[in-house]
Design a protein around this ligand. Structure first.
Ligand code: SAH
Ligand code: MG
Length: 227
């Protein structure tokens, strides 16, 4: 281990540069904008990925030539559209959602975006629906973005059901900064921090994965299964 300090920072803290990137790349096109409007009209929680993270997902799926993707946590389908539009016509996104009300909005959004033929929505607890997916694998890419307490179990599932060379992507791995906090008074937050640290260590220190963590607002973990 070298202790030569890096001359460069991990992340750029100037928020104006985020605005610059969004202006340059316009990650929310008309299709995504209508999807967001449907989410808001149905009063879904506004917890979909940040637009630039949606673009990160699209580019990652394209860059890896993924054909089969599993998403854990559909919500109204915003990230699902970003993924599905990057898939070839015979590609497949299997996306898992617990809440039928969220799933109904997502179904409508996938249809309006013209990606419904590539998307299979699995409604129920992911711990159960992932089990039913096993036989369709191994998969090219898994995106985890659901209940934080479930992350360690989803990591195990991904490790088993990604192909070697496949990619694991996970959102919210900073757990809103809780991963740093030693003393946490709110019990739910303490559990979320514990689960997220366990997840990050399970993948980040796993010899079967080569892992990086993009310093997005939420912490976007990206790992390749190398063994
Ligand atoms: N990926 C979405 C956001 C997902 S938000 C996007 O960026 O557009 C997290 C979602 O996970 C919520 O819709 C929530 O209902 C769902 N969820 C929570 N617990 C779950 C579970 N056990 N199984 C499957 N989905 C779950
Ligand atoms: Mg998220």
């Amino acid at each position: 281990m070298t202790d030569v300090p890096s001359g460069k920072a991990f992340a750029n803290p100037d928020p104006r540069l985020g605005a610059y990137a969004e202006k340059l790349l316009a990650p929310v096109d008309d299709v995504l904008s209508s999807a967001l409007q449907r989410c808001r009209a149905a009063s879904l929680p506004a917890i979909e990925v940040n637009p630039m993270d949606g673009r990160h997902l699209e580019v990652l799926v394209r860059a890896t030539n993924a054909r089969t993707v599993v998403e854990v946590g559909t919500l109204g389908g915003y990230s699902g559209i970003c993924i599905a539009r990057a898939l070839p016509d015979d590609g497949r996104l299997f996306t898992c959602e617990l809440n039928p009300r969220h799933a109904a909005v997502a179904r409508e959004n996938f249809r309006a975006a013209g990606v419904d033929a590539k998307v299979e929505l699995l409604v129920g607890p992911a711990a159960e629906t992932l089990g039913s997916l096993a036989e369709k694998g191994p998969f090219d890419l898994v995106f985890i973005d659901a209940d934080k307490l479930g992350y360690p179990a989803y990591a195990l599932w991904a490790q088993e059901h990604l192909r070697v060379g496949g990619t694991l992507v996970a959102d919210n791995t900073f757990a809103w900064g809780l991963v740093l906090q030693e003393k946490i008074d709110i019990p739910d937050h303490a559990l979320a921090a514990k689960a997220m640290r366990a997840f990050n260590e399970a993948i980040g220190r796993n010899p079967r994965f080569r892992t990086t963590l993009f310093p997005t607002g939420e912490g976007l973990l990206v790992a390749v299964k190398i063994h």
